[in-house]
Design a protein around this ligand. Structure first.
Ligand code: NAG
Ligand code: NAG
Ligand code: NAG
Ligand code: NAG
Ligand code: NAG
Ligand code: NAG
Ligand code: NAG
Length: 395
């Protein structure tokens, strides 16, 4: 029954896609990718034809003045980044991303709580973006912790947008792009709080919703689809998160769906009980259970893993003995991209480019090839899924 519903769903969004036509709106489709500066991934290996927006991750404000700060070695890397990518593809937008998970939330909470430090931050960010040849700035505050933080986030964006427009007028240049990487949903439930959606919708060019990390090493009791498109049992799903943004009034033309090019692993309690939500006892392969897509393919081959497609969550998982990895492959990504298209979103972005050494996932828009391996279908609907894959137009 569930399988049948899912097949109907696929048909529905295929239909929507056809009705919308290729390209649909007047605005350029976004295919973003974050570049982690610490990963040692050579700039020369980035296939810039696969992305419209590439983000340099990360820089941070000074913790006393809250001005954006760039060390001399970072300065060299930033110049190299913008010049190399622009030279390879003058059409690609190159953005400077500020913050990240490692940076933590406190520095942004402090900076945004005071008009003086907000101004230091804003003016320095614009100056650095221009001096180093960026097309835009991206705020990656993970995450505002309180309703007060959310309110200050809104003020920060109001003032940032004002200064960005002012600078553009004064210099006769196109305004810098202003984007943010956000929680998958517009609302948090632990400490109840929600983004200042009116400010985000008005001031940002793009909202990059991080539609992943729903499950992970912080809960070792059970396996989970960390980037589930649907979850009948909880609100930890991409479908729920994206809809909270839409219900709150974010223009769909600014909403971008995050896609992970990595999986999350567990060690099963019993190798014979291996579904999504199966009892687990520890993390599996990878650092804290995080495994890049390239490494997952390698592990699957090396240990002759069995690869399953779970239609309910639109995700893959592979099982080898007690090792369990949940992830997206090119096939589940195509279904998600079709879903985003059906919903009318602006596009998608990947975290991160370095996990996709051979650009296999990033080429998903061009190639619907499936993984080699043993495929098992949970509830008998893999073949409609494959059929749909071969005819799903992407954006
Ligand atoms: C600039 O990037 C290129 C391409 O990745 C690399 O070969 C070169 O070493 C970099 N230069 C500097 C100064 O970092
Ligand atoms: C501020 O940054 C400096 C230099 O990175 C560091 O040594 C210091 O611990 C930081 N202070 C706080 C409060 O984070
Ligand atoms: C950074 O570069 C500037 C200008 O080239 C120079 O004056 C300064 O001494 C350098 N700082 C360090 C720590 O190397
Ligand atoms: C944030 O502000 C508090 C209170 O003024 C201070 O103790 C702390 O060091 C600050 N931390 C950062 C990272 O700015
Ligand atoms: C805001 O920050 C400035 C500069 O750090 C400081 O002088 C001022 O006292 C702060 N204002 C408030 C209300 O904390
Ligand atoms: C999911 O969110 C809705 C509101 O958006 C809420 O009514 C419902 O209780 C939530 N479900 C769970 C399982 O938290
Ligand atoms: C790999 O697994 C499949 C079934 O999952 C089995 O038929 C095959 O013999 C295995 N191959 C090796 C080399 O272990």
């Amino acid at each position: 029954m569930k399988g049948l519903n899912f097949a109907h769903f696929l048909c529905l969004f295929l239909f929507l896609t056809l009705v919308n036509g290729d390209g649909g709106g007047s605005e350029q489709v976004v295919r973003g990718g974050y570049y982690p500066s610490w990963a040692g991934f050579p700039l020369s290996a980035i296939d810039t034809s696969l992305y419209t927006h590439i983000y340099y991750a990360f820089v941070a404000p000074n913790n006393v003045t809250y001005a954006l700060e760039v060390s001399n070695s970072t300065a060299v890397a930033l110049l190299n980044f913008t010049s190399t990518l622009h030279e390879k593809n003058p059409m690609v937008k190159v953005l400077l991303s500020i913050g990240g998970a490692e940076e933590g939330p406190v520095i942004f909470s402090n900076m945004s709580s005071n008009a003086t430090t907000r101004k230091n931050f804003i003016l320095s960010s614009i100056e650095i973006a221009r001096n180093y040849g960026f097309d835009g700035l991206d705020l990656d505050w993970e995450f505002p912790q309180s309703p007060t933080d959310m309110e200050n986030y809104g003020y920060l964006l109001d003032e940032w947008r004002t200064e960005v427009q002012k600078e553009a007028q004064q210099t006769y240049r196109p305004p810098l792009l202003l984007t943010a990487a956000t929680y998958y949903a517009a609302v948090f439930t632990d400490v109840p709080r929600k983004y200042a959606v009116a400010s985000l919708g008005k001031n940002l060019d793009l909202i990059n919703a991080m539609c992943y990390d729903y499950h992970g090493s912080w809960d070792l009791s059970a396996t989970g689809a960390h980037a589930a498109l649907f979850d009948p049992n909880s609100n930890f799903s991409t479908n729920y998160g994206l809809n909270t943004w839409i219900w709150a009034g974010i223009p769909k033309s600014k909403l971008v769906m995050g896609l992970p090019i990595y999986g999350r692993s567990w060690k099963l309690k019993d190798p014979n009980v291996h579904g999504i939500g199966a009892p687990a006892v520890a993390v599996g392969p990878g650092t804290l259970g995080v495994v890049s897509y390239g490494k997952i393919l390698h592990i699957n081959r090396k240990y002759n893993a069995t690869v399953y497609y779970d239609a309910q969550t639109v995700s893959m998982y592979s099982v080898a003995g007690r090792s369990w990895i949940g992830y997206d492959d090119t096939g589940s990504l195509v279904v998600k991209i079709g879903y985003a298209r059906g919903l009318g979103l602006r596009g998608y972005f990947f975290w991160d480019i370095s996990y996709d050494r051979k650009s296999k996932i990033s080429k998903v828009g061009k190639s619907y090839s499936l993984l080699s391996g043993t495929y098992v279908v949970n509830d008998g609907i893999f073949s409609p899924y494959v059929t749909m894959l071969s005819c799903l137009p992407l954006f």
